[in-house]
Ligand binder design. Structure first.
Ligand code: HEC
Ligand SMILES: [Cu+2]
Length: 470
């Protein structure tokens, strides 16, 4: 029995030793740091090492939106800060340099650090100074880092955040393209779009009313000419994080489906086939998808006023051969006629009871009201129509030539090619739900307006035309 115990203890000890053997720190290297949307190359070594990170804090004036500037506080000169990639088990020597031109001290809290403040206290650095501390990367995953100098929310909303990826010992499967995107909320004294150099608005920040919500530090930072780019057939991995300070992202890519999601930047695929994934401030996610067809895929916070009014819109432009089976593109654009709307006769019982016009004057007067309610929306108040869409009734050669055609148009509706005053139309005029009396009124009104031929249409004529076609 006692021998069994000793044996167990020995095995445990040996097992523990083995674990450390695998974690032995061999050599050292200087970390490659990248600006968004770029990600440093995957680490291929299979042992742990000492990684030296040199990160410089700089306060810089940059573009927030067209015509709008802001003094961003940055890790490395841009928002988000430099992407740091290390490997699980590495020991990191972290050097935080605060540029002499900085106005205030800064520090860094890396969520990948196990220890007091994530490094915040140890890295507190006055302008023109460097702080050094070190940590061992115990947990793999995608971690946000940010400044934790008071007032913390202000330092973060000035752009002081980035991400560090602790690559698992057993790395994620390789992909063709990796991108780095972070969302952040900004609070400026002026309204969204107010031009010039904008300053930070603490009150808006406390109320959590951001003026801008953007990807990678500016409106359009990854759109238009700066779009992310990839090709059909490639697989893509996005390292997506939220710096905040306050607003979570409902991260979605319009036109794509996340094949795999590592929620909260953890190391497990917890879900597959995901449309939108939520990412909290100070949190991250890794999403992967394969590109099947060419398109401009739109990265958004699906709380869409943020996207369309505050800036959280990015683009992934994908080129390559079409696959019409996966996505056809527009195959048809034709007029939609719900059953019976094209050609319909007026059921007697539905015929509105209108006063019968006793003379031409009354007919025109009643007709004007019908015109306003039934025709004006398309043919316009002065009968001019809208070029290319609705033909004119004013001085219309089609109308003035012949009463029968005009009546038929109103009672039966009309579609297909039509030339009015030399202009081509090819659209649909829905059959009007009007009684014989009303059609007589409205057409007589139209014929007496806008220089038309002053023809008079009677209910009997309408009745005759209505009967010709059912
Ligand atoms: C929904 C829009 C719409 C409404 C409402 C509408 N029309 Fe039209 N109308 C059209 C279109 C479109 C055409 C051309 C159809 C085509 O391309 O074949 C047209 C054609 C006509 C024409 C023959 C072409 C011309 O310019 O002379 C007459 C006459 C006419 N409409 C009268 C009327 C009258 C009277 C009313 C109201 C009782 C009315 N329309 C209501 C859309 C409309
Ligand atoms: Cu700071």
């Amino acid at each position: 029995m006692i021998y069994m115990r000793i044996f167990t203890i020995l095995t445990c000890l040996l097992g523990g030793l083995n674990l450390f053997a695998g974690d032995e720190i061999k050599g050292e290297e200087i970390a490659i740091l990248t600006d968004a949307p770029n990600v440093p190359p995957a680490i291929t070594r299979t042992h742990s090492t000492k990684v030296i990170v040199n990160l410089e804090v700089k306060e810089v004036k940059k573009r927030m939106a067209d015509g709008v500037e802001y003094v961003f506080w940055t890790y490395g000169g841009s928002v988000p800060g430099k992407f740091i990639r290390i490997r699980e088990g590495d020991v990191v020597e972290f050097n935080l340099h605060n540029h002499p031109s900085s106005k205030v001290p800064h520090n860094i809290d890396l969520h990948a650090v196990t220890g007091q403040g994530g490094g915040a206290g140890a890295s507190f650095t006055a302008p023109g100074h460097t702080s050094k501390f070190s940590f061992k990367a115990l947990n793999p995953g995608l971690y946000v880092y940010h400044c934790a100098t008071a007032p913390v929310a202000m330092h973060i909303s000035n752009g002081m955040y980035g991400m560090i990826y602790v690559q698992p010992k057993k790395d994620l499967p390789p992909v063709d393209k990796e991108f780095y995107v972070m969302q952040g909320d900004f609070y400026t004294k002026g309204k969204n779009g107010a031009p010039g150099l904008q300053s930070f608005d603490m009150e808006k920040a406390i109320d959590e009313h951001p003026t801008y919500i953007v990807f990678n530090g500016a409106v359009g930072a990854i759109a238009g000419d700066n779009s992310l780019k990839a090709n059909v057939g490639e697989s893509v991995r996005l390292y997506f994080g939220v710096g905040g300070p306050n607003i979570a992202s409902n991260f979605h890519v319009i036109g794509e489906i996340f094949d795999r999601v590592y929620p909260e930047g953890g190391t497990k695929v917890i879900n597959e086939n995901v449309q939108t994934t939520i990412v909290p401030p100070g949190g991250s996610t890794i999403v992967e998808f394969k590109l099947d067809v060419p398109a401009t895929y739109i990265l958004v916070d699906h709380a869409l006023t943020r996207t369309f009014n505050k800036g959280s819109l990015g683009m992934l432009k994908v080129e390559g051969p079409e696959n019409k089976l996966v996505y056809s593109g527009k195959q048809l654009d034709e007029v939609y006629l719900p059953e019976g709307s094209g050609i319909q006769t007026m059921p007697d019982e539905l015929a509105p009871k209108v006063p019968v016009a006793k003379n031409l004057e009354e007919r025109i007067k009643y007709g004007q009201a019908i015109y306003t309610n039934n025709c004006l929306a398309c043919h316009q108040g002065s009968g001019t129509g809208i070029k290319g869409a609705f033909p004119p009734l004013a001085k219309s050669d089609y109308l003035n030539k012949n009463k029968e055609l005009a009546i038929a148009t109103v009672v039966h509706g009309r579609s297909g090619e039509l030339v009015v005053n030399g202009e081509k139309y090819n659209s649909v005029m829905p059959a009007q739900q009007l009684s014989d009396e009303e059609v007589a009124n409205v057409l007589t009104y139209v014929y007496h307006q806008w220089g038309n031929s002053k023809k008079v249409v009677t209910p009997a004529e309408v009745k005759k035309i209505r009967a010709q076609k059912s």
